[in-house]
Unconditional design. Structure first.
Length: 136
């Protein structure tokens, strides 16, 4: 009894023909696989180039943004200094105004300048100090 059934017996020529066809099919499959790999490589190289270009552009944008940020920080620092100077000047002027209003009101109550000074002083004293707004 045979195990797998009937075995075909091929002639030498038939065996060579089948072998030739199998080798040709193998070469065709290998060539197709090689072409697929080559196309994949070309596609991936293209993607790598695009990503490198995008990376360069992003780095350039980041560098510009950092430079702009530094400029804006310097401008902000300058504006803070200007604001601080203006607030100090404002306090000095308010103090001088308060001093002049108390001096003029105590010296002569009949002059027209002394009548306008208390109203200015009272209106200025009711003003809100900008430093209090900014610092809170």
């Amino acid at each position: 009894m045979s195990k797998g059934g009937r075995h075909r017996i091929f002639t030498e020529e038939q065996r060579k023909d089948r072998n030739r066809l199998a080798q040709a099919a193998f070469r065709a499959r290998r060539s197709e696989y090689t072409n697929t790999l080559e196309n994949t490589i070309v596609g991936l190289e293209s993607i790598v180039k695009e990503l490198q270009d995008s990376n360069r552009q992003t780095s350039t944008r980041a560098d510009r943004a950092e430079a702009k940020c530094q400029i804006l920080q310097q401008q902000l620092q300058y504006l803070h200094q200007q604001l601080h100077s203006a607030l100090l000047e404002n306090r000095r002027l308010l103090s001088a105004l308060d001093t002049s209003s108390t001096t003029s009101s105590s010296s002569s109550s009949s002059s027209s300048a002394s009548m306008s000074s208390p109203s200015i002083a009272s209106s200025c004293s009711s003003l809100i100090d900008p430093a209090e707004i900014i610092l809170t």
